[in-house]
Design a protein around this ligand. Structure first.
Ligand SMILES: Cc1cc2nc3c(=O)[nH]c(=O)nc-3n(C[C@H](O)[C@H](O)[C@H](O)COP(=O)(O)OP(=O)(O)OC[C@H]3O[C@@H](n4cnc5c(N)ncnc54)[C@H](O)[C@@H]3O)c2cc1C
Length: 413
């Protein structure tokens, strides 16, 4: 049985963190790893894995304890999700979309010290969503991307929610909607408008849960990508979709404040890739020691070139773990400039290094390791997706780091 990526003693985890990491690791190693090949080759959704996640209560990992969940904070969730990513990247990435709707609405909002009236409204709204997750095992997706600059944080969302008596009417289109056709609710970011022809603004961003079976919701286009194939991230289209007011995941005006004040939240795409980085390393060690299940026990560890290559991988893995652990440990509202920059560095490092580690793993293990009967080529393809994910793509992290390093607030040339 594999050790935890971050063992309790060395990384000073709490009992709760260790327990959730073990729960996730056991599910991953005993069940998810065996199914990963099928979901990848068919580009099909990990339905069976979600049944297991529901059975173990993990769909409620970030639902507050008073609503029956585990009440995990951001760091605890990230550590547990990385254990899932080790065994099935697509499950970890889609799990993140589901869990994000709980994270945004739970301790993250509680940290913002909102007005009492807004808090009461939020409590009423979230209790309904949490009940669905805990009691009925419902799954939420997080389709934000539209193919323009909105998901990167530069423009208002093109998907609109028109206010009508009792609720909202949604029109728009979301690309790369992981869990499309499989989630029970789509947690959609859109621009709240009061008149049909009004232009949306970022400050009026609204976060609404759209039931998958609501009239006017359709899943369109095919899904045959390079990696993360089990995420089934097809296009979602909303045509005059009516949702009741109670489908708000947050009161009006709260999402923009939460996104601005809790930027570490955008790191939640990283655990899937942290897990992949560890998996590439683990596989390489087993391979060179001649211990891969189902393969002839040929040892390759005695060659100095292999020893040097795994040493290089070890350096890269430990560097990645260290900066990531630091960033998720200091995550909180209103971070300092240094802390925010460290979060960009951590995001960049995980997303880029997970792919570099899989490349090194393939080169080191050699031709046989590339076969589809082994997990390495899937890890290689899945890891390629990490640095493309908005809003903190590798390019945008560099962009933000470059300007933040050279300019103080208010400065320009
Ligand atoms: C496997 C997978 C699953 C996904 N699941 C989801 C999901 O569930 N929900 C969701 O909302 N999205 C999801 N996404 C989408 C993802 O986050 C991105 O939005 C999507 O990959 C962007 O694709 P694009 O080509 O339209 O990006 P573009 O907007 O065209 O950007 C291309 C690149 O240009 C750069 N760029 C963009 N804007 C700027 C700018 N203003 N200044 C400088 N550089 C810029 C960025 O580096 C970006 O990577 C998923 C993506 C993948 C690969």
């Amino acid at each position: 049985m594999d050790d935890l990526i971050f063992p309790k003693k060395e990384w000073c985890l709490t009992n709760e963190q260790e327990q959730l990491c073990n729960l996730s690791k056991n599910l991953g190693s005993k069940r998810f790893s065996k199914r990963a090949f099928k979901y990848d080759s068919e580009a099909s959704f990990p339905v069976e894995n979600y049944k297991d996640l529901a059975e173990k209560g993990l769909l409620g990992i970030c639902v507050p304890k008073k609503y029956g969940g585990f009440g995990a904070d951001l760091k605890t969730y990230m550590l547990a999700a990385a254990e899932i990513g080790r065994y099935c990247g697509a499950t970890a990435l889609t799990f993140n979309m589901h869990v994000s709707s709980c994270l945004w609405t739970s301790f993250l909002i509680d940290d913002l010290k909102l007005d009492e009236e807004i808090k009461i409204e939020h409590e009423r709204l979230r209790s309904e969503h949490y009940k669905r997750i805990i009691q009925d095992g419902k799954i939420y997706a997080q389709p934000f991307s539209e193919g323009g600059a909105a998901a990167a944080g530069f423009k208002a969302f093109g998907t609109n929610a028109l206010k009508v008596p009792d609720g909202w009417v949604i029109n728009g289109r979301k690309i790369f909607a992981s869990l499309s056709g499989h989630a029970d609710y789509y947690g959609v970011l859109c621009s709240a408008i009061r008149k049909k022809d009004e232009c949306g603004s970022r400050k009026n961003t609204m976060y609404l849960a759209v039931p998958n079976n609501a009239d006017g919701v359709s899943v369109e286009g095919d899904w045959d990508p390079l990696g993360m194939r089990g995420t089934v991230s097809r296009t979602l289209v909303f045509r005059d979709v009516f949702v009741f007011e109670k489908e708000q995941l947050m009161p009006a005006g709260v999402y923009p404040e939460a996104a601005a004040r809790w930027p570490h939240m955008f790191m939640t795409l990283t655990p899937a890739y942290m897990g992949i980085a560890q998996a590439a390393f683990d596989f390489t060690i087993k391979y060179l020691r001649g211990e891969v299940e189902g393969m002839a026990p040929v040892k390759r560890r005695m060659y100095p070139t292999k020893q040097l290559a795994v040493a290089e991988m070890k350096v890269m893995l430990e560097q990645t773990k260290a900066i990531w652990f630091q960033a998720i440990s200091e995550a909180g509202p209103d971070p300092s400039k240094e802390s925010l920059m460290r979060a960009y560095v951590a995001q960049y490092t995980v997303m880029e290094n997970s792919n570099k580690l899989t490349q090194l793993a393939l080169r080191t293990c050699g031709g046989q390791a590339m076969l589809k009967t082994l997990p390495l080529e899937r890890l290689y393809r899945d890891s390629r997706c990490g640095s493309l994910m908005l809003p903190w793509t590798a390019e945008l992290c560099l962009d933000k780091l470059g300007t933040s390093t050279l300019y103080e607030e208010g400065e320009s040339d």
